[in-house]
Design a protein around this ligand. Structure first.
Ligand code: ATP
Ligand code: MG
Length: 456
């Protein structure tokens, strides 16, 4: 198998050491080492800009740099490359801090033979490759990933942060991150930090950050504390567009609600105008029979207008509390029959919401049946009771019962063959909503309408 080519940047100001090193690695089997040698850190950093390398080998003490600064500079410039410190200083603590600064290994000159140096390099290249792979999660993620201290400072930020907020990482790490939070969100953000410090995680916490250009970004946070090291690992997602989208939807929803309210209001008003027109017209009618017909038509229109009035008042503009509607309709119809003072109407209702396509026909049916009770059940100012019951029969649907304890239906009463308008209307509307209507006449009349909400 052909030996691999490993391109080494060797930064070593002592030419003898540099030569010795190149000799040492010449015999390695698994690779051929190609050296680029320079004596100063600055020229090494320059070379890194223009040439691809696989490994950096550097001495700590250079004419233009010494100690950890050398490693820090190289790691900053080439975070993806394994750095080997090769120095005359046999100092383990220094070695440890070199590794903390990003070096892969710290080898002491004269204490490392070619085999172990070549092996250490091979392992370091593999380790670095795996590390880079993991690191790309951090650097390439579109989400904003960061490590922060529990004291409120960013410790490490991925490029997505800079992109989203417009600040350099150094700027973001230089002051407490709460300073970048929108003033109105600082209190709740501090609340979250407190919870993290108590070991709780943060899930989908939303707050606003102030960007460098003065704009505001909405961020959704998920964070986990790692208290043993006083750290917090957090992911933020820029949800500004969603928020704007949500706001847009909310505004257009509010507009639509306003419009719908307006429509119901106008329909209600127009129906009332029609009812008033009928009232006016009725004023010119002499025959009480015909006047009564006009009055009933008015009630029919009013029962529809009432649906729109209730819809206009309802929270979701789509459904009305039908029990409440029944009570208003009863009050309205009772007013239409002032002479029937002895008739008491009670209303019992399960909590049921109905849409307009069900409310209007059922409201009209109720209007007919209730007017009939007033008109026909208690002749000669007889007093009595009318019970209106609305039940939720679950699988069977809803049931509306109008029961009076009046004189009862005529003996020859046949629902399907009445030729009077009232019950014909009831029949038509019942069929229209696929409902069933039952009646009986035992100690008064009882009508039971079983229906389901009309699907629109
Ligand atoms: N609750 C009731 N108690 C007694 N009789 C009733 C009752 N409801 C209806 N009826 C009888 O059924 C008949 C038909 O009722 P329907 O509502 O169709 O006509 P109407 O009330 O007489 O006139 P309109 O067409 O104006 O409603 C009534 O004339 C009445 O005799
Ligand atoms: Mg009638």
């Amino acid at each position: 198998m052909e030996a691999k080519i490993i391109r080494i940047l060797l930064i070593e100001d002592n030419p003898a050491d540099a030569f010795l090193l190149q000799q040492t690695l010449r015999d390695a089997e698994w690779a051929t080492f190609e050296f680029t040698h320079t004596e100063r850190l600055s020229s090494g950093l320059q070379l890194l800009k223009t040439n691809p390398f696989d490994v950096i080998l550097c001495d700590l003490g250079l004419p233009d740099s010494s100690g950890m600064e050398t490693v820090r500079q190289l790691h900053l410039k080439a975070p993806g490359l394994p750095i080997f410190v090769l120095t005359g200083l046999a100092d383990e603590a220094l070695g440890a801090s070199a590794v903390q600064e990003g070096a892969q290994d710290y080898l002491v000159k004269g204490q490392t033979d070619s085999t172990s140096l070549a092996r250490a390099m091979r392992y370091a290249i593999e380790r670095k490759r795996a590390e880079n792979e993991r690191d790309r999660f951090f650097t390439l993620s579109l989400d904003m990933l960061c490590i922060a201290t529990t004291t409120g400072y960013f410790k490490r930020l991925n490029p997505a942060f800079e992109k989203a907020l417009g600040y350099k990482s150094e700027e973001l790490m230089a002051k407490p991150f709460i300073d970048f939070v929108h003033p109105d969100d600082r209190a709740k953000t501090l609340g979250q930090i407190k919870q993290l410090n108590e070991g709780q995680t943060t899930v989908k916490f939303e707050n606003r950050y102030l960007c460098k250009d003065g704009s505001i970004k909405w961020l959704s946070w998920t964070a986990s504390p790692f208290l043993q090291e006083g750290l917090v690992y957090a992911v933020a997602r820029d949800i500004t567009e969603n928020k704007q989208h949500e706001q847009g939807i909310r505004t257009s929803l509010e507009e639509k609600e306003l419009l719908l309210k307006e429509i119901h209001h106008r329909v209600k008003n127009n129906l009332q105008v029609i009812s008033s027109l009928l009232q006016l017209q009725a004023g010119y009618i002499k025959e009480p029979e015909f006047r009564a017909m006009f009055a009933e038509s008015q009630d029919r229109i009013k029962s529809m207008a009432l649906i729109h009035e209730k819809l206009y008042q309802s929270r979701d503009l789509a459904r009305i509390d039908f029990g409440e509607y029944i009570r208003s309709l009863v009050r309205m119809i009772t007013r239409s029959y002032p002479t029937k003072g002895g008739v008491r109407v009670t209303v019992t209702s399960d909590p049921i919401l109905l849409n307009i396509d069900t409310g209007v026909p059922v409201g009209l049916i109720l209007n007919e049946l209730l007017s009939n009770a007033f008109k026909h059940a208690f002749p000669q100012d007889r007093s009595g009771d009318v019970h209106v019951v609305l039940e939720n029969k679950k699988e069977l649907g809803y049931r509306l019962i109008i029961k009076d304890d009046g004189i009862g239906l005529p003996t020859d009463f046949v629902l399907n063959s009445t030729n009077s308008l009232g019950l014909r209307l009831v029949k038509i509307l019942t069929d229209q909503i696929n409902a069933t209507l039952e009646f009986e006449s035992v100690s008064g009349a009882e009508f039971r309408l079983t229906f389901r909400e009309v699907k629109v």
